[in-house]
Every structure is written in C-alpha cells, then in structure tokens.
Write a protein that binds this ligand. Structure first.
Ligand SMILES: Cc1ncc(COP(=O)(O)O)c(C=O)c1O
Length: 424
C-alpha cells in the first residue's frame, strides 16, 4: 500500500498536506466533517474549555457544556426524546443503543426479548455488539461464532429492489418480510429492529423507498418491538433535517448520532432515548448501565455545542435540504454522459453515485476492477476527497461548502470518473 500523505492543516472545505497539496473535502472523510475544517469559533470554544478544565468525570461532575449540549440536542430531536447518553464513537453509541433496548426489557421484567433484527448491507460499527447487527460480511466474517444473536432482513434499496419490486409494492414487501421474521422468531423474543434511515457506507448512500420508515415503525409497534435508528452517518443535519427520520415523520425509541455532531473537532457520539423507555429504565434501575470513562467529555461537549450553534445560526440544515436537491440534479446532469453511471441518489448532502457494467440491466461491474476504490484514488490524486463504498462513491460535503466549492466538486468528480472509465 502506498504511504499516505501527511496532513498539515485544514481551512473550511479544504485540507492541505505537508507537501503543500490541496484537497477539496467532498465527503467530509466518511461524511463526518459537517462544517469544514479549522473553524476559528469552534477552536476558540475548545481552547476556552481546555483553559478551564478538560474533563469533569461523569460520576463526580456535570458541566455547563454538557448541560447546554443536552438541552440543545433534546430540542433539536423533538419533545418525544428525554435522555442523552454520550460516548466517543458511532460504534459505542450503537453499542449503547443495543444495551438500552436490552435493559429496557429487563426493567420491565421481560427477559425473553434478547434478539435483534437488522438488515443486510448495513453497518452499525466495529465493536462486537454493533458488528453483530451489521450486515457487512467482510467485516463480520472473522468474528462469526462470537457475535450476538441477530437475524437479517432485506436491504431497502429502490435501485436494487427485492424481487424487482419498486415504489409502494417494494415498501409493502419489505414491511411484510419484517413482520414475517418477527412472527417466525416469536415477537416475545425480539428486543428491537435496527436500521439506518439512509444507509451510508455499507450500501452507498441509499435512502429507503418512500413510506418505508413509517411501515416498519408500524410493524414494530404492532409487535412491541423497539425501533433503533442508526443516524450516526445520516443524522445531525446531513440529510437536510436534523434527525434523518424527521423526513419520514417517524420517532424511533432509540437513536444513535455521531460523526456530524461535533463535526470531527473532537470525537463525540450520542445515544438519544425517547422518554418512555428511558423513564422505565431509570424507574427500575436508577441509571443507564452503559458508558465509559470519557462519556460526556467536557471539551468534546464544548466542541459539539459550538458546531451545533453554528449550524443553527447559519441555518445550515435548511441549506443542506435545499442545496442538496440541486446538487443531486447537478451531479446527475454532469455524469449522465457516462454509460456506466447507473444511479445517482441520496438525500441532502449524502449522495451516492453507483457505477454498473450495464445501465439497462444494472449488472454490477466486475469486483476485481475495484471501481469505487480506483475512482476514489484518482479523485484524491486530483485534489478531491470522495468516499468509496463498493461500486459507489459517496459525496458528502461540509454543510457550509460554497456554491463555487460544490461546482469544483462536480468538475473534479467528473474528471476522475472519465479517467477511471478510460482505464479498462
Ligand atoms: C451508520 C453508521 N453507524 C455506526 C458507525 C460507526 O461509527 P464509528 O466509526 O464512529 O465507530 C458508522 C461509521 O461509519 C456508520 O456509518
């Protein structure tokens, strides 16, 4: 493997390496850097917090930063939510989401609900619990045999629909499949259904078909199964609403957010729990039995608070919603001349461009061509960061990228596409 360039600094939508090369951050790395790099206001907020104290240990102290952030998050998520559990990564936030579900059933004295249902082509993290519910075969395989009990239903992908179905028929078939699985396992054994409202790296930026989230939420409600939304990548404004599921009018019981929350300035993630399951746990056990030494790290909370205040003050979620639709259309236009562009899809600033061998049959490219990786490398060499995911590349710019930067992104991606397709 080639040596990686050494990063030197970041400013807005650009990163610079030690050799002086400039990179336009077209995917925020893995859709993480929500307001770009080197933001002076965020850096000042972190420095001010560090000057006072870096971290108050969670069992001894609370802090202004943590309390303010919690208030802000609950107001952004909606009044149905009542509890926020902090952690350091999306994997930990998902691990906590699974544990909260299990603890809830235990708090109610229902010890049979221990099983999770998740979806194929999904990713929820790299800890053993989060990996157990991930339909990401390459990452799971070496650990099979020691993972939690979980079963998988079909991915909700309109481009590669179950049995070739589309639209309302696809949504109905996927909801029926979930219900049949719950009944086959026995509803009394199922703790929760886990899904990404807009799939990130495991599928290549795939929004579910319209109505899907409402349909699976109704199935879960019918059978008393908790709904866990993994919004680690698609949440915190990335898809044009603060919670991705706001778009669908669905409130999950438990939700994980990460990446864009503190925008990469300091690692921070959160598990946000609806009032009812959270109150039941606190009533029975007095505390959520999850967390780590640095949960709610004070400087990390100060970073997230500064990032979220900027997002709110500059109406960046609205910009992502409105500009995202235009960006999708512009990408479709720019890439339409390449026969191998099969699908350009997404929501807000989480957009996937999927390449295929044959646009009509949607036949995938040969795996040995490693198309996404090659395209990602060509873009990088030309000063553009995109996120390869199989034969898809994900575009996920900072929410405050300028129109000129978005135009540059499209131009460089088009150039890298032409170069990659010319190479057979
Ligand atoms: C949807 C989703 N869930 C969970 C994770 C895990 O997050 P982390 O890598 O911060 O542990 C990721 C990371 O890419 C993700 O995309």
């Amino acid at each position: 493997m080639e040596a990686l360039p050494r990063i030197a600094r970041g400013a807005g939508s650009y990163l610079y390496d030690e050799a002086g090369r400039r990179y336009l951050d077209g995917s925020g790395g893995p859709a993480a850097f929500s307001i770009g790099h080197g933001n002076a206001e965020v850096n000042a907020a972190i420095a001010a917090q560090l000057a006072r104290v870096a971290c108050g240990y969670r069992y001894l102290f609370t802090s202004e930063a943590l309390e303010e952030l919690t208030r802000l998050l609950l107001s952004l998520c909606g009044s149905e939510f009542g509890h926020v559990l902090y952690s350091g990564s999306g994997s930990e936030a998902m691990e906590s989401a699974l544990k909260v579900a299990l603890q809830y059933w235990d708090a109610r004295g229902i010890r049979t609900r221990r099983h999770f249902i998740a979806r194929e082509r999904s990713y929820h993290g790299n800890t053993l619990g989060a990996l157990s519910v991930s339909g990401f075969d390459e990452r799971r395989r070496p650990f099979e045999g020691s993972l939690l009990e979980a079963s998988f239903v079909s991915a909700a992908n309109a481009y590669r629909g179950l049995r070739g179905l589309a639209g309302a028929a696809l949504t109905a078939a996927l909801a029926e499949e979930l219900e049949a699985r719950i009944l086959a396992l026995g509803a009394e054994r199922v703790a929760a259904f886990v899904f990404e409202p807009v799939v990130g790296a495991a599928g290549g930026a795939v929004p579910a078909p319209e109505g899907y989230a409402r349909a699976v939420a109704a199935v879960c409600a019918r059978h008393g199964v908790l709904l866990i939304a993994d919004e680690v990548m698609c949440g915190a404004g990335r898809c044009g609403s603060w919670r991705a599921l706001e778009h669908d009018g669905v409130v999950p019981d438990i939700m994980a957010v990460g990446k864009g929350l503190a925008g990469g300035y300091i690692p921070l993630a959160a598990t946000v729990v609806a009032r009812e399951p959270g109150d039941t746990i606190l009533g029975a056990h007095g505390a959520f039995l999850t967390g780590h030494t640095y949960s709610g790290h004070t400087a990390a909370c100060a970073a997230a608070l500064a990032v979220q205040r900027i997002i709110a003050r500059e109406s960046l979620v609205r910009r992502v919603r409105e500009r995202g639709a235009a960006l999708l259309a512009e990408l479709r236009d720019a890439l339409a001349r390449f026969a191998e562009v099969g699908d350009v899809r997404g929501r807000g600033y989480l957009i996937g461009v999927e390449f295929v061998r044959d646009r009509a049959t949607r036949e995938p490219l040969p795996a040995e061509r490693a198309f996404g990786q090659t395209l990602g490398r060509h873009a990088f060499e030309d000063g553009l960061i995109v996120y390869p995911a199989g034969d898809t590349v994900i575009v996920a710019p900072p929410y405050n990228a300028s129109d000129a930067e978005l135009a540059e992104l499209i131009e460089r991606l088009t150039r890298a596409t032409a170069r990659t397709l010319a190479q057979r």
